[in-house]
Design a protein. Sequence first.
Length: 146
Amino acid sequence: MDGVTRIGVSLDPELLKDFDKVISKKGYVSRSEAIRDLVRDSLAENEWKNDREHMCGVIVMIYDHNVTGIGEKLTTLQHGKMQHINTSTHVHLDHDKCMEVLIVEGELGALKTLSNDISAIKGVLRCKLTMASQATGHMHHVGVRS
Ligand code: NI
């Protein structure tokens, strides 16, 4: 590989054994590849600690559509925060449960608030915010749920 700097890492044998076990389960072909991913994850997580950082990511929620008023509450909330919601997809999981995925962008603090507000709605069974990357703030709005 061009343009890489090689570093030596000292690990005690037990730690290395555990590490090798985990990375082989995950399907890594080399330690270098696994370490690169760990470093990237660690740097990304650090970005997620700064609430002023402009980020993009996804909110995944599961809810019970039978709960009175839940559809309207979710729609009203999302329309109020549409500047942060790039797009949304709804999947009917079974007779009672729906999954909705929102692609979101904005200051991390605002995205956390949006996710917490969704979690607080009665009938929302799970809601998880995952950050993907720092964002430029120029994501295109291709549509929001009506
Ligand atoms: Ni549904």
